[in-house]
Design a protein around this ligand. Structure first.
Ligand code: ZN
Length: 433
């Protein structure tokens, strides 16, 4: 499953600041939203990823068959924006009642997030048209994430899906700005449409920044992909541009905070830059792994040597054997019958003081708990299985129904990582030419 992280809209440039105990108003209405497409399963570091979007949040609606969720972090940003808007309306329109300030603040805030959702849905509608399933859309602190079933298969599809979001935001911007022209700025409708008009224009523009995985970066990748016909190369180039954009955002954030004393905007840009940097690096890492392991199978990286030990050996002796040979995993035999598997991890689970009095047989992974692989299993899937079950090696078993199964080798996480490292070394050699 992959995630299409679509647009984020988050209002920045807090409209009020506390200066000398007095609230000063400023009318800056920039919005900075990020629009990302991420895949929720990263084979190499599952744990870090699970922090972000393991739970979808509260389900609030279903639009075009796509369930819409609110993440818990969304409540925070919704509260902050609503408060800011109410305060700002209060300063700009002191003759309105507090009820009016707050009611308009809430309504504007709701419509702002509806605009973000509209942006997400625009991406999703185009994706669905290409038969790319959209599993869900989640609004969170930086904007929105849409989970899609797969990546587009053609540059044109990628281009159209990516461009749909900013176009939708510009469309809303124009509609709200037209509404603003039709009413006076002192009316509630005028205040609301002015904010939403400029915010949507800013949302569309910000997401067009050419840093992958923002929309603009995806458009950039689609163009390079179309020209070079090389998806991985396009991803790496666009990913580098994503890093540049992320560092630029952090730089601008630092400038605002330290030179302009605008800590709120500075901090916010810095955090978005960090988030974007992480997202760009994840996308590149995923691409690299996929690329390196494409077409490879367990048989390609397995070691043909299958070290064995006898089950009655004591753990003390086993520890010495591991130290002597450097081999970290053994099949355990009793006579010539396979009874289990033993490795360093399992050995370490037993306190050192008990090694002398216990045999391998009492500590090993029993035969029926061993996970196996076949020589034909694709390496990418095998790596995911190793990481999911948190194990380091799997015996490779050949032989089907007609012949007795036979252990023919061993695949380790290290051997897969070695393939990936070699691949990336070669790739950087090739690209530096
Ligand atoms: Zn977008």
């Amino acid at each position: 499953m992959r995630a299409h992280a679509v647009s984020g809209g988050t209002r920045n440039g807090l409209a009020h600041r506390f200066a000398g105990g007095e609230i000063r108003a400023s009318v800056d209405c920039e919005a900075r939203g990020i629009c990302l497409r991420l895949r929720p399963r990263r084979p190499l570091s599952r744990k870090r990823w699970s922090m972000s979007f393991r739970t979808a949040g509260f389900r609030i609606a279903k639009i075009l068959g796509i369930p819409i969720y609110l993440d818990a972090t969304w409540l925070l940003i919704f509260g902050l924006i609503t408060y800011t808007l109410a305060m700002n309306f209060g300063l700009q329109h002191p003759h309105w009642t507090p009820l009016q300030h707050w009611a308009l603040g809430i309504l504007t805030s709701v419509l702002f997030f509806a605009s973000v959702l509209f942006h997400e849905l625009a991406h999703s509608v185009v994706a669905l048209r290409y038969k790319i399933p959209v599993h869900s859309i989640t609004l969170f602190i930086f904007g929105g994430v849409a989970r899609i079933g797969r990546e587009p298969t053609k540059p044109l599809q990628e281009f159209n899906i990516a461009v749909a979001g900013p176009l939708a935001s510009f469309f809303l911007g124009v509609v709200f700005l037209a509404m603003m022209r039709l009413s006076s700025p002192d009316q509630m409708l005028g205040a609301l449409s002015s904010y939403l008009g400029w915010t949507n224009v800013a949302l569309g523009a910000f997401n067009l920044a050419p840093g992958f995985p923002l929309d603009g970066g995806r458009i950039f990748r689609a163009v390079i992909w179309g020209i070079t016909k090389d998806f991985s190369r396009a991803t790496l180039i666009a990913g580098s541009s994503g890093r540049v954009v992320a560092y630029a955002l952090m730089g601008i954030g630092g400038y605002l905070a330290f030179y302009k004393n605008d800590w709120y905007s500075g901090l916010w840009l810095g955090v978005i830059g960090l988030y974007l940097l992480n997202a760009a690096q994840q996308s590149i890492a995923q691409m690299t792994i996929r690329d390196a392991l494409a077409g490879l199978r367990a048989a390609d990286v397995m070691s043909h040597e299958v070290p064995t030990v006898e089950g009655h050996m004591s753990l003390e002796e086993y520890g010495a054997e591991v130290l002597r040979t450097g081999r970290r995993c053994h099949l355990v035999l009793s006579g010539d019958r396979l009874v289990g598997m033993m490795n360093v991890h399992t050995l370490n689970a037993v306190p050192r003081t008990e090694w002398a009095n216990n045999s391998i047989q009492s500590a090993m992974i029993p035969r029926d708990k061993i996970q196996w692989t076949s020589p034909d299993e694709p390496l990418l899937r095998l790596l995911e299985r190793l990481l999911t079950s948190d194990i380091n090696q799997m015996p490779v078993v050949s032989g089907g129904a007609d012949q007795a199964p036979q252990v023919i080798g061993m695949v380790t996480r290290d051997s897969i990582l070695r393939v990936m490292r070699t691949h990336s070394e070669l790739a950087s050699q090739l690209s530096s030419k």
